[in-house]
Design a protein around this ligand. Structure first.
Ligand code: ZN
Length: 425
């Protein structure tokens, strides 16, 4: 059975569920507002989502996990401190040549530490900074609408319940400011690293930094990057959490619309289980999705039920609807069959969804793929990024009904398609 054959007047029904998404987001934003990772507000929002899901699902539970919410973005401050100290030490070699070897070795060490944390925390979402930051509790909501017979397939729809701290550069100037600042910051780090290493080699080879022109020029160029490094400290505002109406309450509520639609129309698949997972702490480095995998990946892999994960992250920009088959700044490949399934669901809804890569950052699907489960994600988001992305402009007044309706249409078409054909689409 296809989604549009499942009920009479599918078009008007589809609009009804898009309105359910819209109303749900507006209500939650009004009642709870911003929901930082691992905060009471995040949990309160998830409790409300769980209440909603209890009306359409057979089992709803909230699972708790530990995390260090300040660790994920902590690399920004750490890199700035390390880079600035390295630059100052490089500059000082000119005046204190006797200490040049020590200064340069310390500088090289600090930059190595900085690069290590950029790569592990930011590029690979590893928990390397966790030990240096305070612990907190976060949660995942897991809801199951069972099959009427033996479960042979399982599809998990998922969005994240938390919202991000504001990215100031995006708010102040959009991508025109954000992209150059990030580029110059990393360029500065690279230049300082290269100059530090060359200077150290030169000093070890007998050069005197008090007289050596090359080392002096290196230090002056590095010093010029210092204002950019310091400016990068303003990258995000830990005191202002955004409302996150689009990112990612649209993902949560579009997911929740699936069992609601099925329940309202007394549709129960014979062999397909439908799950909704509203993760916590995605903005703190996919910690909810990681916790979900830690708790359930083995069981899912071994229970013989063919399982797919359909992540939704920001359903706002109609012209940018896409299936993300590559994730985590291009470092993680999402599942090809699930990507194809979502694309086929989109085609049934009348959309030609392109495959895209999450070019900076990640979606929860990456954690799912890393855990060896089959997953991919869908988003309708201008990747430049849009001005509302992680800013105070991401409010309930800034939702787009047309995109939400398309999102609802795509999840509904996908669930019916998966029930009918599994991954052979
Ligand atoms: Zn998001």
């Amino acid at each position: 059975m296809k989604a549009n054959e499942s009920v009479k007047n599918y078009e008007s029904e589809r609009r009804m569920y898009a309105n359910y998404v819209l109303r749900g987001i507006k209500k939650l934003c009004k009642e709870i507002g911003p929901r930082g990772s691992g905060t009471e507000q995040e949990y309160a929002a998830q409790q409300k989502m769980a209440e909603d899901l209890k009306e359409s699902c057979d089992e709803v539970k909230i699972e708790e996990f530990d995390l260090h919410p300040k660790a994920f973005m902590g690399w920004v401050q750490l890199v700035v401190v390390c880079a600035v100290i390295a630059v100052v030490l490089l500059f000082l070699t000119h005046f204190l040549p006797a200490l040049a070897t020590v200064f340069l070795a310390v500088g090289v060490g600090l930059i190595a530490v900085a690069i290590f944390f950029v790569i592990t925390e930011f590029l690979f979402y590893k928990e390397t900074l966790d030990v240096f930051t305070p612990k907190a509790k976060s949660h995942n909501v897991i809801a199951v609408r069972k099959a009427s017979g033996e479960a042979k397939r399982r599809i998990i729809f998922s969005g994240h319940a938390d919202s991000a701290p504001e990215w100031r550069f995006t708010y102040w100037g959009g991508p025109k400011l954000l992209v150059p600042v990030i580029a110059c910051g990393f360029l500065g780090l690279l230049v300082t690293a290269v100059f530090d290493v060359i200077s150290l080699v030169m000093v070890l080879g007998g050069a005197n930094p008090a007289e050596n022109r090359t080392i002096f020029v290196f230090s002056i160029i590095s010093v010029c990057f210092t204002p950019i490094f310091l400016f990068c400290l303003l990258f995000y505002d830990p005191k202002r959490t955004v409302e996150g109406a689009n990112d990612d309450l649209t993902g949560c509520f579009c997911s929740m619309a699936v069992p609601r639609f099925l329940n309202d129309h007394n549709i129960r698949f014979e062999n397909t289980e439908v799950w909704v997972v509203c993760t916590g702490s995605e903005e703190a480095g996919l910690r909810g999705a990681k916790a979900f995998c830690k708790a359930h990946a083995e069981e899912i892999k071994n229970d013989g039920v063919e399982t797919v994960f359909f992540g939704l992250d920001t359903v706002r920009d109609f012209d940018f609807m896409a299936v993300y088959n590559k994730d985590m700044t291009g470092m993680v490949k999402n599942d090809a069959q699930v990507s194809e399934l979502i694309r086929a669901g989109g085609a049934l809804a009348g959309y030609d969804l392109p495959f895209k890569t999450v070019s900076l950052g990640s979606t929860d699907a990456a954690a799912i793929s890393q855990a060896g489960l089959k997953g991919a994600s869908f988003a309708a988001m201008d990747p430049s990024p849009a001005r509302y992305y992680h800013t105070r402009l991401d409010t309930a007044d800034n939702l787009d009904l047309k995109s939400i309706e398309a999102g609802v249409d795509i999840v509904l078409n996908t669930v019916f398609l998966f029930d009918e054909k599994g991954l052979n689409v």
